[in-house]
Write a protein that binds this ligand. Sequence first.
Ligand SMILES: NC(=O)c1ccc[n+]([C@@H]2O[C@H](COP(=O)([O-])OP(=O)(O)OC[C@H]3O[C@@H](n4cnc5c(N)ncnc54)[C@H](OP(=O)(O)O)[C@@H]3O)[C@@H](O)[C@H]2O)c1
Length: 241
Amino acid sequence: MASDSTLRKKVALVTGATQGIGLAIARTLAAAGCHLIISSRSEPRLRRIEKEMTADGISVLALACDVRDPVAIDDLLAATRARFRHIDILINNAGLGQPNISVAKMPLQLWRDVIETNLNGMFLVTKAALPLMKPGSSIVNNLSFSAKRIFPGSSAYTASKHGGLGFTNTLREELRPRGIRVIALLPGATNTPMWQTIWPQAPKKKMMTPETVATAVVNALSIPANSTVEELTIVPTAGAL
Ligand SMILES: NC(=O)c1ccc[n+]([C@@H]2O[C@H](COP(=O)([O-])OP(=O)(O)OC[C@H]3O[C@@H](n4cnc5c(N)ncnc54)[C@H](OP(=O)(O)O)[C@@H]3O)[C@@H](O)[C@H]2O)c1
């Protein structure tokens, strides 16, 4: 289990931290003693969570940032540098699901939104954060079971996650000499608002909770710095839905 001594006072930036898996990871990191930078596009949700966390004594910087926007990302990282000087843990979590739709019927704008959020966003945030990361830091890229499996009707999401895995595996080798750990997170079905987009009637009872995924992530981050979990696959015991 995560021990306070490992993660205490570490600085963690979580994208897409206002609901679902990102919010659960942010809360679990805070419970382990981390200082937080949280972001998403929704200003009202950020303000509400910032208020709750501050009341709980958590040191938190909450800033709106669309991960498709390099200027907004630069502003987020400048504010992070001003408040905390560095980042120990980057959680690239912001993501968009897609409704079940064949390639033949896929609107270009939907394709672009999914790829720009899930793949380009991960690249842009990582590139901007790297100058603030020292040896001993960690990056977790929230991909999906879909990074390796194929689901017909999900081409943009599947392409973004397969691409995200290639990006993550490349990044790991580039950062290995710098002592920065890179974890590919591959969760299966998790009960979050994203399912409203993917499959509203999906059987939620078979899914994992976001807190289960968050616990696995924080435990992986808590192992000694001379070891690393390179790929973290976590799925419901029942398997596919
Ligand atoms: N749920 C699952 O079964 C599952 C399984 C495997 C992997 N995942 C992955 O886990 C990650 C989180 O998914 P979730 O299920 O927790 O989804 P979710 O509940 O819909 O949360 C997504 C988060 O990302 C933020 N976001 C979306 N677009 C953004 C953008 N352009 N810029 C910044 N933030 C953005 C959202 O906030 P705003 O809308 O306010 O921006 C929200 O905080 C995604 O990468 C997803 O692919 C989910």
